[in-house]
Design a protein around this ligand. Structure first.
Ligand code: 13P
Length: 285
């Protein structure tokens, strides 16, 4: 099945109303672990990278690594660039084979300027057969150095729908009370906003800030049209806590493969739990 376009993966999920897990991976170990989880569950998958990860590993190196694992996966896998306000990084990723990008123009002075630049990004992506996710409101919380803890203004339904229609984006990421990172208080989710947008323009919605939302919230939002569900913090926790747990139990060991196998297991279990929760299991069968 191997690497397929993000559009193909997301359109299937949107029409059959299940969620595709989109995990922010940080290196080869986490990349391999989430692909292994999806492969075992026969689930489509989106692998995504933050700008920080792209800069740390290098676009060419990461793309080669992604192809090495995804090419032999028995399920559809796509590579997506998460929140990217930097047009140069975005172009580099498209040139290196990313299947889709989130142009994050939410920091721009006006929706009109965001709209103008998003239209340019959609045209650029089209040349590579890639898709574009767009957003007009900053999702609360800082994700790998991008974003803010301030709660952004929410634009009207008309503004959101006009942005989707006029830009031709493939996926829309509205702010609905969701936030990146660990929720410090129970989030108040405006699920109706998802239904209202989808009723006016049938665009797959991306749910950001997936870590920590309840199964009931996922079920409700996925049924309303959230076809892409982003998970980053849960992967970071599994990865970091996996190391801590290993070292607490193995204070003297000098056996890196044993450590790596342990951490891989933690990341894979985390991915398995989320893919199942989003009803992705068996959807690639
Ligand atoms: P979490 O870090 O809350 O899982 O959010 C991930 C995300 O939305 C990435 O854009």
């Amino acid at each position: 099945m191997t690497i397929v376009s993000t559009g193909e993966i997301i359109q299937d999920a949107f029409s059959r109303r299940y969620g595709v897990a989109a995990f922010n991976v940080v290196n080869d170990l986490t990349l391999e672990a989430v692909i292994a989880a999806a492969s075992e569950l026969q689930a489509p998958l989106i692998v995504q990278t933050s700008v920080k990860t792209v800069k740390q590993i290098g676009a060419g190196t990461f793309a080669a690594m992604f192809r090495a694992y995804a090419d032999r996966a028995p399920v559809p896998v796509a590579l997506h660039l998460d929140h990217c306000p930097d047009r140069a990084v975005l172009s580099t990723c498209l040139e290196n084979g990313w299947n889709s990008v989130l142009f994050d123009g939410s920091h721009l002075p006006s929706v009109a300027e965001n709209q103008r630049q998003t239209i340019e990004v959609v045209a650029e992506a089209k040349k590579y057969g890639a898709q574009v996710e767009g957003e007009i409101e900053g999702i609360t919380g800082v994700e790998d150095g991008i974003g803010s803890d301030d709660v952004a203004d929410i634009f009207s339904l008309e503004t959101a729908v006009d942005f989707v229609r006029s830009t031709g984006i493939d996926i829309f990421a509205p702010a609905i009370g969701n936030a990146h990172g660990v929720y410090t208080a129970a989030p108040v989710i405006d699920a109706q906003r998802v239904s209202d947008i989808v009723a006016q323009v049938p665009v797959p919605i991306c749910l950001h800030g997936g870590t920590g939302l309840s199964k009931e919230t996922f079920d409700d939002l996925i049924a309303r049209g959230c076809a892409k569900v982003n998970i980053s913090t849960a992967l970071k926790i599994a990865y970091m806590d996996g190391h801590r747990e290993f070292f607490a139990a193995n204070t003297k060991t000098q056996d890196p493969p044993k450590l790596l196998a342990f951490v891989r297991g933690k990341v894979k279990d985390m991915a398995t739990d989320h893919i199942r929760m989003f009803h992705g299991e068996g959807k690639a069968a």
